[in-house]
Design a protein around this ligand. Structure first.
Ligand SMILES: *Cc1c(COP(=O)(O)O)cnc(C)c1O
Length: 355
């Protein structure tokens, strides 16, 4: 394993008030960096003071979006220990994103080692108030100076850390969702199943329109028929119909969420029936009309579980569970957050201790 060099800052920042963190606004004192070039492969893993990355204006990522990222968290337990939730899954997914964007893959063990070391250096930045955590953003950018459209010959891997507040300031409130029937986020064969910047650039316009109409997130339909449910914003989506849990199957245009995977494993461990299959918006609206749509929720690292209280598709408004959080959503949220913050025993082997 390569040695990780550590250079500490001479100018530590003043830490923000834990009660005013919000999301992704503050960054810690250090970051992790590693470089790739054809001659050395991935090399020089190091922890350095947080700051700008020198970049030539001709850099490939700035023009052709050869860029990928990950999102995960470090949690502080009541005993003051710091731990991660399934971080190996994030590094595995990062390498899958690498394959799709023709970026050279990385050593997942080294990435975990580097992450542990970085978070240990920054341990005083991990919040201790309920619901707050240290958000972790690994990313890779292509930084060869060339305007030709081909895979870059050089890359930077970087990890930055951002102390972030509880997603729900006032408890788990159901959100209103706008079903997008005009724009699409991704389609099969595209990049929907990888975490790459371009997908998010494509989603902004719909998100803005949804907000204008008083909705907080967009539900994306499939790119071909605009009929089948795919995802909600940057979350996977689940429905409880007639006692059965249904979530869209991973067909190539849906991001395989680690929260999604954990939710499926939890539901199955509780003896519930889970179907990963195609689910059309018509079927969903019909189920609601017949009184068979019992619950709906999104899943993702940031919110964990986000109950859905209302769906609007064209002129049809569907209210779910009287705009109240349902028992399955609540139980999933409680169980996952109890495991993440170490309030309950982790019988799944999902927790990785840091320091
Ligand atoms: C990150 C992300 C998710 C959720 O993935 P998690 O691993 O659960 O955080 C879902 N959809 C999209 C589009 C995403 O970017």
């Amino acid at each position: 394993m390569m040695d990780i060099q550590v250079t500490l800052t001479d100018h530590p920042k003043q830490k923000p008030d834990q009660n005013q963190l919000g999301f992704g606004k503050y960054f810690t004192d250090h970051m992790f960096l590693m470089d790739y070039d054809k001659e050395h492969g991935w090399h020089d893993p190091r922890i350095v003071p947080y700051g700008p990355i020198p970049m030539d204006p001709s850099c490939a990522c700035l023009h052709y979006a050869q860029e990928i990222f990950e999102g995960m968290k470090a949690y502080r337990t009541a005993e003051g220990k710091i731990q991660f939730f399934r971080p190996q899954e994030n590094f595995k997914r990062l390498n899958n994103s690498c394959k799709r964007l023709v970026i050279p893959e990385l050593d997942e063990e080294l990435l975990l080692e580097g992450l542990k070391k970085l978070v240990e250096v920054e341990k005083d930045w991990v919040p201790s108030i309920p619901g707050a955590s240290l958000y972790i953003r690994p990313f890779i950018v292509a930084n060869q100076e060339v305007l030709g459209v081909h895979p870059s010959a050089r890359y930077i891997y970087c990890v930055i850390l951002s102390p972030s507040g509880a997603y729900y300031a006032t408890g788990l409130n159901p959100v209103k969702i706008y079903v997008e029937t005009n724009y699409v986020r991704a389609s099969r064969g595209g990049m929907g199943e990888v975490k790459t910047g371009g997908n998010y650039a494509a989603s902004l316009i719909a998100q803005e329109e949804a907000e204008k109409q008083g909705y907080s997130q967009v539900l994306w339909l499939d790119g071909v028929e605009r009929k089948y449910v795919e995802e909600v914003g940057a979350m996977n989506v689940f429905f409880k119909i007639d006692g059965e849990i249904v979530t869209p199957e991973l067909d190539g245009s849906i991001l395989p969420g680690i929260t999604r995977k954990s939710v499926i494993e939890l539901l199955k461990s509780w003896g519930m029936k889970v179907s990963e299959r195609k689910l059309s918006i018509d079927e969903l609206e019909q189920a609601a009309k017949d009184g068979r749509l019992e619950e709906a929720w999104g899943t993702g690292t940031a919110a964990v579980i986000s109950p859905i209280g209302e769906l609007k598709c064209r002129d049809t408004v569907t209210v779910v569970n009287n705009n109240q959080i349902g028992p399955v959503s609540q139980k999933l949220y409680d169980t996952l957050t109890d495991i993440q913050w170490g309030r309950t025993a982790d019988t799944f082997g999902w927790i990785v201790p840091c320091c």
